[in-house]
Design a protein around this ligand. Sequence first.
Ligand code: NDP
Length: 282
Amino acid sequence: MPAKIINGFEIAKRKRVEIALEVEQLKEKGVTPGLAVILVGDNHASRTYVSNKQKACQEAGMYSLLVELPESVPEAELLEKIRMLNTDDSIHGILVQLPLPGHIDETKVIDTIAPAKDVDGFHPINIGKMMTGQDAFLPCTPYGVMVLLEDSGIDIPGKNVVIVGRSNIVGKPSGQLFLNKDATVTYCHSKTKNLKEHTSKADILVAAVGKANFITAEHVKDGAVVIDVGINRNEAGKLCGDVAFDEVAEKAGYITPVPKGVGPMTITMLLANTLKAAKSGK
Ligand code: NDP
């Protein structure tokens, strides 16, 4: 039987309505959640991501501030801008769109964002809190994956979860969130030997590799839940994930499509984190 499709687009839409309602209630108490997005340079993809985030913010009734800085901006000037936003009461969340130009140290930039405004969940304080199971801003994509599973009624405790990919923004935090929910977690990466041996044992398989059609039916156990985080272009230039959707959907129990799977959840969780930041001051 073909897999059930986890429709991230519909789930995200529903969550955004809930967020907008809460924003409205908060505004009645005199607080408008505010998100500042810093865009350095003129990278086309970054500009698209930023404008999508701004649009979502406005649709949720939040205040959205775009800070545009030239590609050549000195690192010190960017850090100063972040410090100003850290103390700006109209701003509850700060996001610096990555990647940054080569002369700027991304680690320093992330470390400068006040942890209480780090709605991307990349600051070491938030990562440490997440690791130790404390309340934290969770990184948006892994957080979105967990909400997709929860919303789809998929149980996590005791499950074998295999994450393919170990980046700091997707793979590693995803595994940690599953561990926090009592899963048994395996991380795979480019040095993993016999990848299939690992992935075929997964009750829940998360692909965060960045390679089109990388996960095929032979990697997947019958009835597994397959979460495709990848966003790639195939040879025909069409948007696709890391999972060979058609063949894997024949074997899996659940699957997320690309587009309309994990992608829409990432911005939704950014809104959720911004709302949480705004509420925490109240
Ligand atoms: P990275 O390039 O930072 O990480 C890719 C990971 O895949 C690395 O850990 C790498 O291993 C691993 N990998 C590469 N080749 C192989 C292989 N042959 N076998 C096993 N593992 C391999 O990517 P990101 O984590 O940032 O992103 C992953 C994908 O998710 C991308 O397509 C990206 O566009 C997408 N993405 C989607 C988001 C969304 O909102 N849906 C948000 C963020 C990302 P190693 O560490 O050994 O190099």
